[in-house]
Design a protein around this ligand. Structure first.
Ligand SMILES: [Zn+2]
Length: 227
């Protein structure tokens, strides 16, 4: 559950990043790390909320595009995107501005109803794409009241031990992949220029006073897995 929440918070950070270009640049510059984005979460959420005030609703599509009050035809397309398997971007959500509630749909056919503090108040399984669209349309019209007649299971989805284990493995895989991408971007070390860390024998990389390994650790605040 904690992992799912962490993942979701990161997803929200992404939403805010897209909503506010200046903040995106700030994030790119200072917080290119996954972990850093998590700590930016509370600030980001404020940006998301201020965006909400300008629109009756908005949708965060599963691949990160934020759209203000898309028409039903477009909502249907966004829901249909869930037919592609992509566990790194498993869900899409619609935020109802007036209530501050969120109705989230995922590729596994779950729907989730989140209150303004992002606590999941109810969930539902076996939600077909058509039913997901129907939920969204009713949610657009009247927020949480619009969907209260559906049969929700109270609270968040409960995961089995196995599901939690698989989520952890998947989450670790995603972080490692992101780390590898970042590490590769650091480029080659110049062996004629030693890094700033006195005990280190590696050369510095072009845009840092450190070698690739120490630069990685400086930015991501944890040991480099590629030593
Ligand atoms: Zn070093």
């Amino acid at each position: 559950m904690a992992l799912a929440l962490t993942y979701r918070r990161n997803h929200y950070a992404t939403a805010g990043k897209i909503a506010v270009t200046r903040f995106t640049e700030h994030l790119k510059h200072h917080c290119d790390s996954y972990i850093c984005m998590l700590t930016s979460f509370s600030f980001t959420l404020k940006q998301v909320r201020s965006r909400m005030a300008q629109s009756p609703y908005f949708v965060e599509t599963r691949w990160g595009g934020s759209e203000d009050s898309p028409p039903v035809k477009r909502l249907a397309e966004i829901v249909d995107e869930l037919n592609v398997n992509d566990s790194e971007h498993p869900d899409t959500w619609l935020v109802h501005e007036e209530s501050g509630w969120t109705l989230r749909l995922d590729e596994e056919g779950f729907a989730y109803l989140d209150d303004p503090d992002l606590s999941t108040m109810g969930h539902m399984n076996s939600v077909s794409r058509a039913k997901g669209l129907e939920l969204w349309i009713k949610f657009v019209e009247a927020g949480p009241k619009g969907v209260e007649s559906f049969t929700w299971v109270q609270g968040p989805r409960i995961f089995s031990e196995l599901e939690i284990r698989n989520q952890r493995i998947e989450s670790e895989r995603i972080i490692l992949e992101s780390d590898r991408e970042f590490f590769q971007q650091l480029g080659t070390e110049d062996q004629t220029q030693s890094g700033k860390n006195a005990s280190c024998t590696r050369g510095r990389i072009e845009y840092s006073v450190f070698c690739a390994v120490h630069h990685f650790e400086q930015i991501r605040k944890r040991p480099c897995p590629f030593v």
